[in-house]
Design a protein around this ligand. Structure first.
Ligand SMILES: [Zn+2]
Length: 311
């Protein structure tokens, strides 16, 4: 039934009120979820208009609580009148993986509590206060549910979609994948940061960022969603990262870092004695070498390894 409704909405009316398909809706619509093929054929209605875009071009679907991809939302076309909030930069290095999104969800017209997957609702990935128009790529949601299943407990999404100005406001990188709908910052009470990162690696992640408070995973090399990006793309994304760190000695050592745009990177310290044996290890922003330390090593954000002798 809902597919039929979309098919009959003139293009100029796409921003009309939310029509959300799935178990979050009332009983009448829920019945349709289980029998979509009966009513999804335009020919059955006698009202089809071949001049309007097909439903698949105007809506985006997610796995939903039953993993049957039945939870769909209308999309709106990008409008330059949205201004600086959605003024995406030209694609990084010409990479189509950094194409400007063509279509978005209008968060003022959808149910924030709609389940996009068994354990995730829409509001966890996209919040109106970070931008009325938002997008989250279905493959990212699907992957997050798989990750959550592997963790076997709650996975908290700290950050999903950010529009351009919100991203800039929080110090995000110019080409942060959060603006492209395939980046998630996450933590879990049921898994360590290291375990989460491992799950992301197993699930074909494009880039992992290690922070004190969360793991950033994005799927920048996974093909962009057709409904959101229009399908014109090629190549893989080169990660535009420029990271740096230095080791500062003292009674308490520190390792100031640059280029981690989402907070303090995770710092993992190891102290060695004169024989090269490990005295202690710690994960902390600062480090107090124990007595007998001859040298130490810090790994910053799993990207930069620094070593120093200790007097
Ligand atoms: Zn992130």
């Amino acid at each position: 039934m809902i597919l039929w409704l979309f098919a009959c909405i003139p293009a100029e009316d796409i921003r009309t009120p939310p029509i959300i398909r799935g178990p979050q809706t009332d009983d009448d619509e829920e019945a349709d979820v289980h029998e979509p093929s009966d009513s999804a054929i335009p020919g059955d209605t006698g009202l089809e208009d071949t001049s309007v875009p097909t439903p698949s071009e105007l809506e985006i679907c997610y796995p939903g609580p039953a993993d049957d991809w039945s939870v769909c939302f209308p999309l709106v076309e990008y409008d330059s009148a949205w201004g600086a909030d959605y003024a995406y930069s030209e694609p990084y290095n010409g990479s189509a993986q950094y194409a400007k999104p063509l279509r978005f969800l209008d968060l003022s017209a959808v149910d924030p509590d709609a389940a996009l997957a068994e354990n995730f609702v829409l509001d966890e990935f996209m919040q109106e206060w970070k931008g009325r128009y938002a997008l989250m790529q279905p493959h990212a949601v699907e992957t997050m549910q798989i990750l959550r299943d592997r963790v076997g407990g709650p996975v908290t999404v700290n950050s999903g979609y950010r529009n351009v100005s919100y991203n800039a406001g929080v110090g995000g990188a110019e080409y942060s994948r959060h603006m492209y709908g395939d980046a998630i910052d996450m933590a879990s009470s049921a898994a360590s940061l290291s375990e989460i990162a491992g799950h992301c690696e197993d699930l074909d992640v494009g880039y992992v960022g290690w922070y004190e408070t969360h793991i950033h995973c994005d799927w920048r090399n996974t093909p962009l969603d057709d409904a959101l990006y229009g399908g014109a793309r090629s190549g893989t994304a080169t990660p535009p990262v420029d990271l740096g760190a230095t080791l500062v000695p003292g009674l308490v050592w520190s390792a100031p870092a640059e280029g981690w745009d989402e907070g303090e990177p995770l710092r993992e310290w190891i102290a060695y004695d004169a024989g090269g044996e490990v005295l202690t290890q710690a994960t902390s922003r600062h480090f107090l070498p124990p007595a007998g330390t001859a040298s130490l090593q810090v790994t910053v954000g799993r990207e930069i390894v620094l070593n120093a002798a200790v007097d």
